[in-house]
Design a protein around this ligand. Structure first.
Ligand SMILES: [Zn+2]
Length: 288
């Protein structure tokens, strides 16, 4: 699952190549739009919205795509060899004199009227990297379901748009709560939302989803992807478990010492297995 900062960068790359250019070729390899004739239209802009990409075309049309698990857009200069995967994985090709954008393994390729974009992205909560970012509204949406586990609530794009599994894990760590902690038990939800914005913003122009401030490989995250390795802060081994209901389940990572709150049975040894954070986070700095 891509994080919002990856989608932001993909949109910027596409925008640099396509915006202002006339499509010399356009090929949408999905049954619904296989015959769409887009060549000759000018690309107005490519805009990210949460994890969605909106390629707006002259004539009031928008190409809506989503990367989901392993989709990606590649950009090639004229004459450059395409290397993003086998040809049968290509879902969209947008060619211009400046370069060609090729969409591989895109699970969502949808052509709609620009006026109808809300149908595709209207369900999204405030966009962490959007010009209309609204932290108060994001907190309001999170708080509307106080019994939800915080990691699941952060991943729900209807609450706030842009968080994937990396940031969900890292934000819980930085908040000092386990991923299963209920939203209503969060000591400072507004500070958590603010931190989410800071992290995505800091990473919007670089790869790696770095949350520690340390860009070295193996040092970029506190707990994400570090199962069985020592927590960088306290040395306790980082734990991992499935969270959520299939097929929406994901791998959760947490440090049983630095993060308080419930954790699943079977993660025995956590001193805080069934503990709930007390008022004000029980004296532990809640969000760093
Ligand atoms: Zn720790």
């Amino acid at each position: 699952m891509p994080e919002g900062d990856s989608v932001y960068r993909a949109a910027a790359r596409l925008h640099d190549t396509l915006a202002g250019q006339v499509l010399t070729s356009a090929d949408l390899r999905v049954p619904a739009h296989a015959t769409a004739a887009l060549a000759g239209r000018r690309v107005l802009e490519v805009a990210p919205r949460g994890k969605h990409l909106l390629t707006r075309l002259e004539g009031g049309l928008t190409l809506h795509t989503h990367l989901r698990m392993d989709g990606r857009w590649e950009v090639y200069r004229p004459g450059e060899r395409w290397g993003g995967g086998p040809a049968w994985q290509i879902r969209a090709v947008l060619g211009t004199d400046r370069g060609t954008a090729v969409g591989y393994r895109l699970p969502v390729v949808e052509l709609l009227r620009t006026a109808d974009e809300q149908r595709a992205v209207g369900h999204l909560g405030p966009d962490l990297l959007g010009p209309d970012w609204d932290p108060v509204e994001a907190v309001r949406r999170l708080r509307a379901h106080p019994g939800r586990p915080v990691a699941e609530a952060l991943l729900d794009q209807r609450n706030l748009a842009g968080i994937g599994n990396v940031y969900a894990a890292e934000l819980c760590y930085l908040a000092g709560v386990t991923p299963w902690t209920e939203v209503g038990q969060l000591p400072f939800p507004d500070r958590l939302v603010e931190l989410a914005r800071e992290l995505l913003d800091a990473n919007r122009l670089r790869p790696g989803h770095i949350t520690t401030g340390d860009t070295r490989r193996g040092h970029q995250h506190w707990v994400y992807g570090r199962a069985g390795r020592p927590c960088p802060r306290c040395g306790t081994l980082v734990r991992t478990a499935r969270q959520g209901t299939p097929p929406q389940d994901r791998v959760a990572y947490w440090c049983p010492y630095c993060q308080r709150g419930p954790a699943p049975a079977g993660s025995a040894g956590s001193p805080f297995r069934s503990a709930r954070p007390g008022p004000g986070g029980a004296g532990r700095p809640p969000v760093r």
